[in-house]
Design a protein around this ligand. Structure first.
Ligand code: MN
Ligand code: FE
Length: 334
């Protein structure tokens, strides 16, 4: 029997995008287009001066810049690979695929940002782009996500049956909720804290644009999870829910380790523990977004992080919003 659905769709033509079934996916595409940017639009002049100056930055500030460039430079590519080599294969719905193509393009823009930063600051690319192998707290984060999701890269893998659909959801949990939704956020907070002190403002602005993109990516991923679960309710067992909560909890431990490693003594009155509290606050938001219970119950220690994206949201999102499409109703900006 032919079956319609966001995965395992055999009822409709994957190349026929109209009429659309998942209007929220189209809304993400329009929002992504409205956020268009490229790294070269941002001047690196001040950053270059500060990077070359013997006094503008402390050794600890330099370290956290390098650690974050190192982590993000390859995390973007791991994420892109997952979209193109795994998610796209199994989500054959055309409006979702249109957004996945947009997301993949944005990951290329993000990778381009780290090329631009390496070039502008004269950093050794081998040093930066190998940090996901050479720096243990970065390597552990990437390995955690990659190891969670190896099975679905098997060319014979199909999203058929409860256990395989759960495997596929674990991939989405790994890349959207954990990689983009948790592992990116200590770094975002550190780089934006630097920018607030007028340090490395060019990179800081690029990180703001990346964060704005990522907030859409991870919200799309969570909506994808929610839709798969709604259409395949058998997969959402108590055991499976507990497994996801446990994975988020483990990821938070790794992100705490990373934050304390990248920024051991804190920054401008922010102590290192506050970065960890911020990560816990974000982890709870990811859990809530897929209907799972919160773990940490921490207030956001950095309300200015929400403001940073709110400003750009008003400038670039709501003014250009297309209203004839149903909104996702839950587009979140951090
Ligand atoms: Mn990205
Ligand atoms: Fe992303």
């Amino acid at each position: 029997m032919k079956k319609d659905g966001i995965i395992n769709n055999t009822a409709t033509d994957p190349n026929k995008i109209l009429p659309m079934k998942y209007l929220w996916a189209r809304e993400y595409y329009k929002s992504g287009v409205a956020n268009n940017w490229t790294p070269e639009e941002v001047s690196m002049q001040k950053d270059v001066e500060q990077w070359q100056s013997p006094t503008a930055l402390t050794d600890l500030e330099r370290k956290l810049v390098l650690w974050n460039l190192g982590f993000f430079s390859t995390a973007e590519s791991l994420t892109a690979n997952n979209i193109v080599l795994a998610v796209y294969t199994h989500v054959s719905n055309p409006e979702c695929r249109q957004y996945l193509l947009r997301q993949a393009f944005e990951e290329a823009i993000h990778t381009d940002t780290f090329i631009y930063c390496c070039d502008s600051l004269g950093l050794d690319p081998d040093y930066i782009f190998n940090m996901y192998k050479t720096i243990p707290t970065i390597r552990e984060k990437d390995e955690f996500v990659v190891n969670l999701t190896t099975t679905i890269f098997d060319p014979n893998f199909k999203t058929v049956g409860v256990s395989n659909i759960q495997q596929f959801i674990l991939d989405l949990v790994g890349y959207y909720m954990i990689m983009e939704g948790i592992f990116f956020y200590a770094g975002f907070a550190m780089m934006l804290a630097l920018k607030r002190q007028q340090k490395m403002v060019g990179i800081g602005e690029q990180f703001e644009y990346i964060m704005r993109d990522e907030s859409l990516h991870l919200a799309f991923g969570c909506d994808l999870i929610n839709t798969i679960v709604a259409e395949n309710p058998d997969v959402w067992t108590t055991e499976f829910q507990d497994k996801i909560v446990g994975l988020v909890d483990k990821a938070v431990v790794l992100e705490r380790k990373y934050a304390l490693d990248a920024c051991p003594q804190g920054l401008f009155g922010i102590n290192a523990e506050q970065f960890c509290v911020y990560v816990e606050h974000m982890a709870d938001r990811r859990l809530e977004r897929v209907g799972l219970p919160k773990l940490y119950f921490k207030d956001n220690p950095f309300p200015w992080m929400a403001q940073a994206t709110d400003l750009t949201k008003e400038k670039n999102f709501f003014e250009t919003r297309v209203t004839e499409y149903q909104t996702a109703g839950s587009l979140k900006w951090e």
